[in-house]
Design a binder for this molecule. Structure first.
Ligand SMILES: [Zn+2]
Length: 309
């Protein structure tokens, strides 16, 4: 009996060690401007090691507590974000805003809500969260395995019917739909600071991905609206904190290319393969990570979108 108990104990300790040893990645916060921070995740894929935090997050420290923008992809990922915030301030996270419905934007909601935070999103963002919740939970379980344990998908309980301005803790935040990567995606703009959290509209350092439910047309429109705001600093959905010029080169110009060149070819009913071949090598975007894997599929999806219009 004793032997069996010892074996169980050893197995449990070994399991625990395996669990911690595989998740070394700890996000850190970097200051964007006073009281505004970005947490820049790795550019690669979701993994047990990074707990699905392969995206950017951010937070604003106000007199009344912390506003967190996006909550991570799991309970353990959310705890890692919470630890990164604690290194900057001991104020509690009072509010969580979701800029999107993709796993790493919101599957940590429940963890922050359990600590007393109010979770807020635009209505269509929350609607897409509901639509994709099961699919994204299943996907994360494949990437993270048992490290997804305890993760409960909590749709943003407070939804705002329309885009507009929020006042939280004395901070002004403007939410607007981008609808680029997922329907209902949004950005958070801090007009007093000139800082924009773009959600999955802007990608720098790596090529943006066009998914079957993404919209190149809406992405292009949203980027033009973003440029008109003239943000001083942009916390992109993926990649390092940047200025407008870099976002323009690495996202805005790419949306313009997809909508302009590929979209035009599709509308003029040119053959798909010839179009993809013609634009297979674009030196201005070739340096971006994932270019080799994503560029052709992105063009293919852009073609399909514009063909049907
Ligand atoms: Zn993303």
């Amino acid at each position: 009996m004793l032997k069996r108990t010892a074996l169980i104990l050893i197995a449990a300790v070994a399991g625990l060690l395996a669990l911690t040893a595989r998740a070394d990645y700890q996000p850190t916060a970097e200051k964007v401007v006073d009281n505004v921070y970005a947490i820049v995740g790795p550019l690669g894929q979701r993994s047990a090691e990074n707990d699905g935090l392969n995206a950017n997050f951010g937070f604003v420290v106000t007199a009344r507590g912390v506003i967190l923008i996006d909550s991570g992809a799991s309970r353990l990922g959310a705890e890692k974000i919470a630890a990164a915030i604690r290194k900057v301030t001991d104020k509690p996270v009072r509010w969580v805003l979701n800029t999107g419905s993709q796993d790493h934007r919101w599957l940590g909601n429940d963890t922050f809500a359990a600590k007393g935070a109010e979770v807020i999103a635009l209505a269509r963002t929350a609607a897409t969260q509901a639509e994709y919740a099961t699919q994204h939970m299943d996907g994360m379980k494949r990437f993270l395995g048992e490290r997804m344990q305890g993760t409960q998908p909590l749709l943003a309980p407070k939804t705002l019917p329309d885009a507009g301005t929020l006042e939280l803790g004395g901070e002004t935040l403007t939410l607007a739909y981008t609808d680029a990567h997922f329907p209902g995606d949004a950005w958070v703009w801090l007009p007093k600071h000139g800082v924009l959290f773009s959600g999955d509209l802007v990608y720098v350092d790596r090529l943006l991905g066009v998914l079957p439910w993404s919209s190149v047309k809406k992405g292009q429109q949203a980027f033009h609206a973003l440029a008109a705001l003239k943000p001083a600093r942009i916390v992109p959905g993926h990649g390092r904190v940047c200025d407008l010029a870099q976002a323009q080169r690495e996202t805005g110009d790419y949306y313009d290319f997809l909508a302009g060149k590929v979209g035009a070819a599709a509308r003029e009913m040119e053959p798909l393969t010839a179009t993809l071949d013609r634009y297979a090598d674009l030196p201005e975007f070739r340096h971006l990570q994932n270019y080799g894997d994503l560029h052709r599929a992105n063009m293919n999806r852009a073609f399909t979108e514009f063909e049907s219009q």
